[in-house]
Write a protein of this length. Structure first.
Lengths: 341, 289
């Protein structure tokens, strides 16, 4: 484990940004930090970059104590949400900056710097644009320059702070695939901050979910989706139904529906969750959760249905037959996930 | 080509200097601007430009090359340039502290910066003279050290620093405020040392504004009269400024001679500002095209 984050805490005045976060990343791993705004994900990234000093905790990378080092000495590439390019420098000058500022001994020869800039421009698919200024580029191109600039110093780790947050949906999707490709080519340990669950689940080897400065779960995207560690994680990474329920004597009762509780469920008040796409809609005579259809909009072979269960409204897909507004149906989830309250 | 198109072409060409704009009011705005400029700028200035030639070219040349006039011009522009240079550093420092370091009483200091704008310049000049005169609270210890400020060119520079300072602070401050901190953080993660960040990242961003501020401070100082005459001592050839010389010539009813000195100042100021502005335009164009 080259990156080990231990019990990091940070507060800004009264606001607790990080409250004891511990986390590890393998060499070459692509880790996403996912959470709503204010969850502390950017603060954690800035602690790793050396732009923020934590109140307590430890960070080591490859056995080295990162917190004892200056941001300048860490050799960690950082890509900012708003590009943070040097406006008065050309694209090539931006990329070369990290090499140009090195002390004379460690600085590559000008011809070597030029060559490296060319290679990086090729890597980020901006050949021939080295002479342009940032203001002459589109948002997507600017962010690629920012990435090339971060890669120029041959960083030991790459940090990206919502790099696609300021771009439109289409460019975002393109850049996403391309970023993963760059990661696989360079083999760099990459930490990626986002509030977009789809982006995190698409890109990352593992996703760390933060909430109010605490880690909720660190796992592969599949596990996060299928076995969320908390009701919050379930709600954050996909559409689903969450209802209050109760477990007594191995029987789960939720919104008037009783079914055997999964083995080992402790008794008491619980939150019952299931994904809407893995629930069957059955006639009112069948066994299942009682639901009343409120509205529906037809789309191709199926309908998007808004229905009410136990006083809450949800939207889900259903076959065309059997449904019309006002009709009572039964919902039979394939699998329910139960979290104690 | 149809006749209509041929006819239409010259009309289009005639209007070509005027860019089409969706915003209304261009003819009115331009008209008011030109009228205003004529009334308060061009007519008085053309009087200034025309008046000296009553003396004939040789007469003008004689006035302008008079050793006393040359010395006064040198003192006015030399002191203004030095004061502007000092203000570049001092103003930058004050703007930096005001923007980047929230300290108690910052608002008060922020308001104090504008004081030289509001204070009658004569008041400032008298106050500076009282303090820096050889028997003043700061002048005495300084004169014991062998430095005389009041009644020397040094005093002139001091007064000009005072009147020029707000120009630099007020032009640089908003640009510094606008400069997002993540650019500096990016430079830091790329391995730049603080002096490298200041010189390579921050300075280029604020250079156009700094240059504008220095230009304004210089122009203001070159023409400054009120605050300087009290502290300068006004000794011909040594600490006599050009504006004072103009007043002296006026008092002697030498209107043409006064206008000749004024014309010389106008040419020098205009040249200086032109150079600074073109430099500023070049700097500002980089990265914005």
């Amino acid at each position: 484990m080259p990156l080990i984050v231990e019990d990091i805490a940070k507060r800004f005045g009264d606001h607790v940004a990080l409250d004891g976060v511990s986390l590890q990343a393998r060499q070459g791993e692509f880790l996403a930090l996912l959470g709503p705004s204010g969850s502390g994900k950017t603060t954690l990234l800035r602690v790793l970059a050396g732009l923020e000093r934590p109140d307590r905790g430890a960070v080591s990378f490859g056995g080295e104590d990162l917190l004892a080092m200056d941001a300048r000495a860490r050799r960690i590439g950082m890509v900012f949400q708003h590009y943070a390019l040097f406006r008065h420098m050309s694209v090539a000058q931006n990329i070369a900056f990290g090499l140009e500022v090195r002390p004379a001994k460690a600085r590559p020869k000008p011809s070597e710097i030029r060559k490296r800039v060319e290679r990086l421009l090729e890597l980020v698919q901006l050949q021939g644009l080295g002479g342009r200024y940032p203001a002459q580029l589109s948002g997507g191109q600017r962010q690629r320059v920012a990435l090339a600039r971060a890669l120029a110093i041959e960083p030991r780790m790459l940090l990206l702070d919502e790099p696609f947050g300021a771009l439109d949906a289409r460019v975002r999707r393109d850049l996403r695939a391309w970023l993963r490709q760059i990661h696989d080519e360079t083999g760099l340990t990459t930490i990626f901050v986002t509030h977009d669950q789809e982006e995190a689940m698409d890109l990352a080897d593992r996703v760390a979910i933060l909430r109010d400065g605490r880690l909720e779960q660190v796992d592969t995207p599949e596990r996060i989706y299928e076995a969320p560690a908390s009701a919050f994680v379930f709600g954050f990474v996909g559409e689903g139904v969450q209802l209050p329920g109760e477990v007594t004597d191995g029987v789960l009762s939720v919104a008037g529906w009783r079914s055997p509780a999964p083995a080992g469920t402790p008794p008491g008040a619980v939150t019952v969750s299931f994904r809407t796409e893995s629930a069957d809609m059955l006639p009112a005579t069948a066994d299942g959760l009682a639901a009343r259809i409120l509205t529906l909009s037809r789309r191709g072979g199926s309908s998007r249905v808004t229905c009410e269960i136990g006083g809450q409204t949800f939207t889900l897909q259903a076959p065309k037959s059997l449904i019309a507004p006002g009709v009572e149906v039964r919902l039979a989830p394939h699998a329910v996930i139960i979290h104690p309250k | 080509m149809s006749p209509a198109l041929i006819l239409a072409a010259p009309a289009g060409a005639r209007r070509s200097w005027r860019k089409d704009s969706v915003l209304p009011g261009f003819p009115l705005a331009l008209g008011v601007t030109l009228t205003w400029l004529c009334l308060i700028f061009l007519i008085p200035l053309s009087a200034l430009i025309l008046r000296p030639w009553e003396l004939g070219p040789a007469g003008v040349w004689a006035v302008v090359t008079d050793p006393r006039v040359l010395a006064a011009l040198r003192i006015s522009f030399g002191a203004a340039a030095l004061a502007a240079l000092v203000n570049a550093g001092l103003g930058l420092l004050i703007a930096w502290v005001l923007v980047r370091h929230p300290f108690p009483g910052r608002r008060l200091v922020d308001a104090l910066v504008d004081l030289p704008f509001a204070l009658p310049t004569a008041v400032a000049g008298i106050a500076l003279t009282a303090i820096y005169a050889p028997n003043g609270p700061l002048g005495r210890p300084l004169s014991e050290l062998g430095v005389q400020v009041a009644y020397t060119p040094l005093g002139i520079i001091l007064a000009l620093i005072f009147v020029g300072l707000p120009f630099v602070v007020r032009t640089v401050q908003p640009v510094l405020e606008d400069l997002s901190q993540d650019v500096e953080e990016a430079a830091l993660t790329l391995g730049a040392k603080p002096p490298q960040i200041a010189w390579r990242v921050v300075m280029p961003a604020i250079a156009p504004a700094l240059l504008t501020g220095v230009g304004l401070a210089f122009a203001r100082a070159a023409g400054e009269y009120g605050s300087v005459i009290f502290i300068a001592g006004n000794m011909p050839l040594r600490s006599e400024i050009a504006p004072l010389l103009i007043v002296i010539k006026l008092e002697q009813f030498d209107y043409a001679g006064a206008a000749a000195v004024g014309l010389a100042m106008l040419v020098l100021s205009f040249t200086g500002l032109l150079i600074l502005n073109s430099l500023q335009a070049v700097l500002a164009r980089r990265g914005r095209a």
